[in-house]
Design a protein. Structure first.
Ligand code: IPM
Ligand code: MG
Length: 347
């Protein structure tokens, strides 16, 4: 976030639009301060803003806090309360990083796919959910995977709309061979497809989709899927791009009176293993900022400029540890941020 803030300051100096920022606590920091991972004030500020840029929420320090006030509850809470049902997770392979992936270069070079994860329903939110102790003393843990027609309809519709603006291919990922909720998911997606005759619709079971993502990811354009399936598939897709440290995301709500609630965050988490060392890759956050400029702030020109700066810096050979390759220049988090600022002056 520190690097993103430097870029916002640069944009405020160099573009005609001024981004007015405010800050609020969520997750572990909010637990420390308010014993609540999502304080009322945070939610109020988030809802009032044109867009929210979110860092990460957790760490080993909060591993022992009560389940309902754990850091993750803050993240799930803000997504739910802001109605952010659509999570866009693009996986784009920059030419410069085609060799940084653990997959063969020819499998990933030129990749540009979009995973659209349903974010406020499915297994994460279904009720009942809990851990009980049965009369005989055995414990029972359970969650519910449920969807209603409007929930499927709106994510499917957005998937088709996004596909229309891209390669006109939509793959719906489900588990209709096992789960009733996913049989219905597929049926509802097929209904929405009637409004988008130009989009080529396909269906995959999630296990097959995971396999196809590493076998031949370029067969995909837009993928829509259930909340937890999307969580898993997007982490998988991140490695196609070289590193989890490269993947931005946008979480969007419905448009109400011309305004769409929106939150932007890297796909990665707080990476406790490297926290505080100054070596994290800030590019997922910087690219999340770029998505924010494009989708929420009507600053497409600046968004393109920022993306070009990222490409330039990569082509100049700057690499944080997670994407380091032989012969490249290894830089820290803040050095990467500085390199982006410098590139912004030049692109
Ligand atoms: C993500 C994360 C979150 C999720 C966690 C931190 C709750 O993994 O955004 O992908 O599971 O949604
Ligand atoms: Mg995840």
């Amino acid at each position: 976030m520190a690097e993103a803030k430097k870029i916002i300051a640069w944009l405020n100096k160099n573009s005609s639009t001024q981004i007015v920022t405010d800050e609020a606590l969520i997750g572990g920091a909010a637990i420390d301060e308010h014993n609540n991972p999502l304080p009322e004030e945070t939610l109020k500020k988030a809802k009032a803003a044109d867009a929210v840029l979110l860092a990460c929420i957790g760490g080993p320090k909060w591993d022992k806090v009560a389940f309902d006030i754990r850091p993750e509850a803050g993240l799930l809470g803000i997504r739910k309360e802001m109605g952010l049902f659509a999570n866009l997770r693009p996986a784009i392979v920059f030419d410069e990083l085609a060799e940084a992936s653990t997959l063969k270069k020819e499998v990933v070079a030129g990749l540009d796919i979009l995973i659209l994860r349903e974010l406020t329903g499915g297994l994460y939110f279904g009720k009942p959910a809990g851990i009980d102790t049965l009369p005989d003393g055995t414990r029972r843990g359970y969650n519910t995977l449920e969807y209603t027609t409007p929930e499927i309809e709106r994510i499917a519709r957005l998937g088709f709309e996004l596909a229309m603006k891209r390669g006109k291919k939509l793959c719906s990922v489900d588990k209709a061979n096992v789960l009733q909720s996913m049989i219905m998911w597929r049926e509802e997606v097929v209904k929405v497809a009637k409004d988008f005759p130009e989009v080529e619709l396909s269906h995959l079971y999630v296990d097959n989709a995971a396999m196809q993502l590493v076998r031949n990811p370029k067969q995909f354009d837009v993928m829509i899927t259930e909340n937890m399936f999307g969580d898993i598939l997007s982490d998988c897709a991140s490695m196609l791009t070289g590193s989890l440290g490269m993947l931005p995301s946008a979480s969007l709500g419905a448009e109400v009176d011309g305004k769409r609630m929106a939150l932007y965050e890297p796909v990665h988490g707080s990476a406790p293993d490297i926290a505080g060392k100054g070596i994290a890759n800030p590019l997922a956050m910087i690219l999340s900022l770029s998505m924010m400029l494009k989708y929420s702030l009507d600053m497409g020109v600046e968004a393109d400029k920022l993306e070009n700066a990222v490409k330039k810096v990569l082509s100049q050979g700057y690499r944080t540890a997670d994407i380091m390759q032989d012969g490249m220049k290894k830089v820290s988090t803040s050095e990467m941020g500085e390199a982006i600022l410098k590139a912004l002056e030049e692109v």
